[in-house]
Design a protein around this ligand. Sequence first.
Ligand code: ATP
Length: 360
Amino acid sequence: MSELKLTDVAKTYGNVDVLKDINLEIERGELIVFVGPSGCGKSTLLRMIAGLERISGGTLEIEGQVMNDVPPAQRGIAMVFQSYALYPHMTVRENMAFALKIAKMPADQIDAAVNRAAQILQLEPFLDRLPKALSGGQRQRVAIGRAIVRDPKVYLFDEPLSNLDAALRVATRIEIARLKEAMPDSTMIYVTHDQVEAMTLASRIVVLANKGIAQVGTPLELYETPDNEFVAQFIGSPAMNLLPGTITGTGATTTVALDCGGAAVSTIPTEDADAGKKVNVGVRPEDLVVADGDPIVTGTVDFTEALGEVTLLYFAKAPGAESVIGKLPGIHRGLRGQTVSVTAAPEKIHLFHDGRSMRK
Ligand SMILES: Nc1ncnc2c1ncn2[C@@H]1O[C@H](COP(=O)(O)OP(=O)(O)OP(=O)(O)O)[C@@H](O)[C@H]1O
């Protein structure tokens, strides 16, 4: 039985559909990350699971029990928000114990729960401090501690790191990854805008777009075999290049004549009937290599960005080609203004028809 099952879940505000046809099963111990463009309904979906938003249609089950009309406190879930919402006049220990006291748990059990959470989160040295004497990252750990003491079936995280500065985000992200390892049976759902958080934390990523689920998969499945152009361009940075063209060779490999004048060969097989089809060739900037013969693109590099570990090449727009970006490992000086040809290995070439991947 799945820990959490959403069947045809929908959300409408007034007569506006925000989410529809959401079907998703989450197994015990998974860390699921919701990603998607701003306003696609990530937080709304999380809040419906939490019981903070009404579910307009479909069913939500937790451990086989329909939860649509069950109040938040009885769902066995705990939510951690981006604003820590700690009580400023209570110590770390009191903050973590608060919900258990309200629930009238015996004092020795409260102590045991708080001590266990403090140990997992390495908060033991801070138990008697007030929140104002903690760093942002430590406060966020206390907020997570308040969730852990309740021993929920499912943890919900709504952009828990977005208030932290860049260095602290990285450190706290690693702490969350360690926390998950320390609690392998806990199920977690995590909303973020941050690709690196999604790629590094998730057992599976759910990409939300156009009111529904664009794709669900492990981080590398989404990166290596995106089902559609939206996911192809949403996962990975800079986004995958999409170059329009026409299929000229079919069979075990497929050849595409590109509108920009180049050609691409893909290991995705096609049939005779596909010859002449208009497709978009997808190629990630990091898969492009400088080539002598048979280029995908030959163009003038009109801008470069040197990031140290990589150099980004921005090609001047060629007819039929949208801004092509290349990402070469290492430092490359003097490429700006040069004419450069790039290609990619056939197994790195994606093919999309009508926005959908042609990979079977
Ligand atoms: N109470 C409400 N009444 C009407 N519309 C709402 C309400 N709450 C959210 N919405 C709309 O629902 C959509 C989804 O919002 P939601 O906050 O879930 O998106 P999100 O993906 O979490 O966005 P972000 O990444 O910007 O936080 C948005 O278009 C938003 O304007």
